[in-house]
Write a protein that binds this ligand. Sequence first.
Ligand code: GTP
Ligand code: MG
Length: 188
Amino acid sequence: MNIKSAKFIKGVIGTNDILEDGTPQVVFVGRSNVGKSSVINSLVNQKNLARTSSTPGRTQQINVFLINKAFYLIDLPGYGFAKAPQEVREQIQKMLNWYLFVSNYNFKKIVLIIDAKIGPTNDDIDMLHSLEETNKEIVIVANKIDKIKKAEYEKQLQKIKYAFNMHRVIPYSAEKKVGVGELVEELI
Ligand code: GTP
Ligand code: MG
């Protein structure tokens, strides 16, 4: 299967009719700046469908994309972003908590994206544990593998796989388009 169409539908800040229309939602979650929006662009093979930035905190809404006219792909703001004003951070945190853990929406799958070079952080592991309680299927995307030195690659991947041992880990590079096929297969 392939991604045949991808369309930006809307950025929402809280509850919204389109999130409640019964369309399954595939959720992309991860720390700020790990490359959630970039992974989405690489998946759909478009440069700027989701807005990216080298400044953490780019995505501040729940961005909804319709894929193959069949499911929503949800680009969330990142967590653990320390540079934004406290008020903005709290608001984003509240929205994430509500969406992920309170809304009870129809999640088809949760994609937890981490920075492969940095490896699993405490925030990533805390998020994993919270997500596990939702009993939804979780897949881990270890993005930015292009930044890992060749000599360190195997060891770093082992470390990541060990930290997320109950879940599938897909080594990925949005920049070099590595892992795209594997992730598409997981989602469709
Ligand atoms: P927020 O919306 O702020 O939470 O960030 P995000 O997780 O959506 O990250 P975004 O896609 O905006 O990317 C953040 C930065 O990482 C950008 O400068 C990207 O170019 C860079 N980046 C994303 N994916 C990769 C990758 O696979 N390799 C490398 N080297 N850089 C990447
Ligand atoms: Mg983003």
